[in-house]
Design a protein around this ligand. Structure first.
Ligand SMILES: NC(=O)c1ccc[n+]([C@@H]2O[C@H](COP(=O)([O-])OP(=O)(O)OC[C@H]3O[C@@H](n4cnc5c(N)ncnc54)[C@H](OP(=O)(O)O)[C@@H]3O)[C@@H](O)[C@H]2O)c1
Length: 274
């Protein structure tokens, strides 16, 4: 297949090259294609003539989105709409990646694909708007919800924690639970998904769940870091955007695609660090 990946310089985008190695892949970073520009998206697809487009581009500045959501809607709703339009016009599938933040986090069991979204943040609302646009415009879609994505290159929570490890102690929130997802594992799952032709919505996140505190403890243990990790509550770390307290994702969708356990992702991440 000819595959085009947009937003290709990000954590997911860069991870897609290896699992798609059997295909003819064009990784298109933002510098070469701004997906908020419909004419540019149409022109790129006319030139590259993909069999499938994977959108790894997103506006991910969760807190900034609260003050001015317009940019978040441009990146997370308008952009996937543009890609859905351009792919639908060409009769090819589109993969769009969304987030656990579409849920309100009040759940007590893992969220599956048929649970009702109820985003609490501007970022979450913009991502849900993108999902809806993709579903409305291109029936040949895979909407993939994931969570807590990290990679050895990129701005993410595990790397931030490692950068803080020289402090006397590290205080980490212990009342938000989710599914840390190693970007290469997500990329492998997407590579399998696009072979299925089973269009629809999928939850693809690291298996199991943990709090940010638990994640940090495991990370420090893997790296042999002795810095004490102190559990704290969300109230001690006020942020502009509310975070779901419980955003564990599971999948009941067919075909079942299950990612490796989050602990395995963290081990692979640690091995890949310079
Ligand atoms: N990171 C997480 O924890 C997380 C959690 C849940 C869901 N997700 C979703 O997973 C997907 C992949 O996330 P990620 O962690 O790989 O994100 P990332 O590392 O922030 O990468 C996103 C990429 O998109 C690019 N981009 C932004 N606006 C663009 C535009 N208008 N046109 C073209 N490219 C644009 C960015 O370029 P610049 O850097 O130049 O802006 C960046 O290279 C996204 O849909 C994200 O919302 C992520």
């Amino acid at each position: 297949m000819r595959i085009v990946v947009t937003g290709a310089a990000g954590q997911l985008g860069r991870s897609l090259r290896a699992p798609l190695a059997a295909h003819e892949v064009t990784l298109v970073p933002r510098a070469d294609l701004d997906v908020t520009d419909l004419a540019a998206v149409r022109a790129a697809l006319a030139s590259l003539r993909p069999d499938v487009v994977i959108n790894a581009a997103a506006y991910n500045r969760v807190d900034d989105a609260e003050a001015d959501a317009t940019d978040a809607y441009r990146g997370n709703a308008l952009a996937p709409r543009n890609l859905a339009l351009a792919t639908a016009e060409r009769g090819v599938p589109v993969v769009h990646v969304s987030t656990d933040y579409v849920f309100d986090g009040s759940g007590t069991r893992p969220y599956h694909e048929y649970d009702a979204p109820n985003p609490q943040s501007a970022y979450g609302r913009s991502k849900l708007a993108g999902e809806l646009a993709v579903r409305e415009i291109n029936a040949r879609h895979y909407v993939v919800r994931t969570a807590w994505v990290y990679h050895e290159q990129g701005a993410n929570f595990p790397r931030t924690m490692l950068s803080l490890a020289s402090r006397p102690e590290v205080r980490v929130v212990d009342d938000q639970r989710g599914c840390p997802t190693y970007a290469p594992h997500l990329a492998q799952a997407i590579a399998r998904l696009i072979e299925t032709g089973a269009f629809g919505t999928y939850h693809l996140a690291g298996a199991g769940s943990v709090t940010w505190y638990g994640l940090t403890r495991t990370l420090f243990a893997l790296r042999g870091i002795a810095t004490p990790v102190v559990p704290v509550t969300t109230d001690e770390f006020p942020r502009p955007a509310p975070r779901p307290r419980y955003s564990v994702l599971t999948s009941i969708q067919e075909p079942r695609i299950v990612l490796p356990a989050w602990e395995q992702g963290l081990e692979e991440f640690c091995r890949a660090l310079p």
